[in-house]
Design a binder for this molecule. Structure first.
Ligand code: PMP
Length: 395
């Protein structure tokens, strides 16, 4: 089979072989129910869940009793946003979020709007970031929640989380942060950043799919959520259902590895990403989306004008990348994130997201650069619009 290079790590990651090794015994030998602590099988499972909780907490500089396990970031987001609205909706019905949030936040907000919530969606500038003045001005005496992501899945643009948390605190509003893409790629300390509630997912950090966590601040605040899933009383009654012990162990191990290698890996990925980005920027009519903003070290979202992202992907089947976000794949609408940043439809459609990860090598990036150079040249040579552009007839 032809070589396959995976540059779609923001969509999901390979499970780290070490993570898998740690998970396997919880399928095959230590398969007890973590709530059945009256025998050794259950006791071992329960201890493994506790260890995982500590590993997640350590990565976030949180306390272990501030971490609860879920089926992934989507569930964590649902629990946080719906849970806060249900609990505090009688105090105020106003939520502030942003146009570039992930669909898992936007869809929940749309649902709450149908139930009477008023949502302000902050706009973003050309670099994909919000204006903190807009945030300050949007707060009213009815505002109960600010829901803003840490880093964008499509562009890697990082929100000014520390300032957002400060504004939330000053105004006595809760701050929920979807940190799914930031965790493991940059330091995320709930202690330093004063985030109240935060979602994360294992499969973006070399852990298994179908498991995630929600951080809920205990220190200095008593945040109450309404559960979405009832039954069994697990997670202090906030999330019923038998513990997914192998998955939780996988998440914990993934967090421990990320914590150990964070700074080194950040630097390595940034270097590799910049290498790829520089090569593409050397071509005519290319630009990076979010270039003026702080960005995650592993992501490059780049517009290659006069070529459709989908077309380039179709002609380069041995490189996994993404045109728009994976969750929106299948729809021909241009990315809502890029459109919000002010790109026109053409440029949005010509944008591609490369998201690098732990297992990518420099040799792979060299190959990708060669292949992209060839394909871009070929596709542009076949493009009537490119010909007109080269003749100076269009801009
Ligand atoms: N938020 C963001 C920013 C994401 O990138 C994703 C995954 N695409 C999610 C939420 C949903 O995560 P999960 O797949 O764990 O439900």
């Amino acid at each position: 089979m032809a070589i396959q290079i995976y540059l779609d790590n923001n969509a999901t990651t390979m499970v780290d072989p070490f993570v898998l090794d740690e998970m396997i015994p919880y399928f095959t030998s230590t398969y007890g129910n973590a709530s059945s602590t009256n025998h050794v099988f259950g006791k071992k499972a329960s201890a493994a869940v506790q260890k995982a909780r500590e590993n997640v907490a350590n990565l976030l500089e949180a306390k272990d009793d501030e971490i609860m396990f879920t089926s992934g970031a989507t569930e964590s987001i649902n629990l946080a946003v719906k849970g806060i609205y249900k609990r505090y909706g009688s105090i105020g019905n106003h939520i502030i979020s942003c146009v570039t949030e992930h669909k898992s936040v936007l869809d929940v907000l749309r649902l709450l709007e149908k139930k009477g919530a008023k949502v302000t969606y902050l706009p973003v500038n050309r670099d994909g970031n919000i204006d903190l003045e807009d945030l300050r001005k949007a707060i009213t005496d009815k505002t109960i929640l600010i829901s803003l992501m840490f880093a964008n899945n499509e562009t890697g643009v990082i929100h000014p989380v520390e300032e957002i948390a400060r504004i939330a605190q000053e105004n006595n509003v809760l701050f929920f942060c979807d940190a799914t893409q930031a965790i493991g790629k940059m330091p995320v300390s709930v202690e330093k950043l004063a985030i109240d509630v935060m979602a994360l997912s294992a499969h973006k950090i070399y852990g298994p799919k179908g498991v995630g966590a929600l951080y809920v601040r205990k220190k200095s605040k008593k945040i109450q959520l309404e559960p979405l899933i009832h039954g069994g009383g697990q997670e202090k009654g906030l999330r019923g259902g038998t513990y997914n012990v192998p998955g939780i162990v996988g998440l914990g191990t993934a967090c421990a590895i990320a914590n150990e290698n964070l700074n080194q890996e950040r630097k390595r990925l940034k270097k590799l990403r910049n290498y790829l980005e520089t090569a593409l920027l050397n071509l005519e009519e290319t630009f990076v989306n979010g270039r003026g903003a702080d960005r995650l070290p592993n992501v490059s979202n780049i517009a290659i004008r006069f070529i459709k992202g989908e077309q380039l992907m179709a002609s380069l089947k041995n490189v996994a990348m993404s045109a728009g976000s994976a969750c929106a794949t299948g729809s021909l609408d241009p990315s809502h994130v890029l459109m919000a940043m002010g790109l026109d439809k053409e440029d949005a459609h010509s944008s591609l997201r490369f998201s690098l990860g732990r297992f990518n090598t420099e040799a792979e990036i060299d190959l990708v650069i060669d292949m992209l150079n060839q394909k871009i040249k070929k596709l542009r040579a076949e493009s009537p619009a490119w010909e007109l552009y080269k003749k100076g007839l269009i801009v």
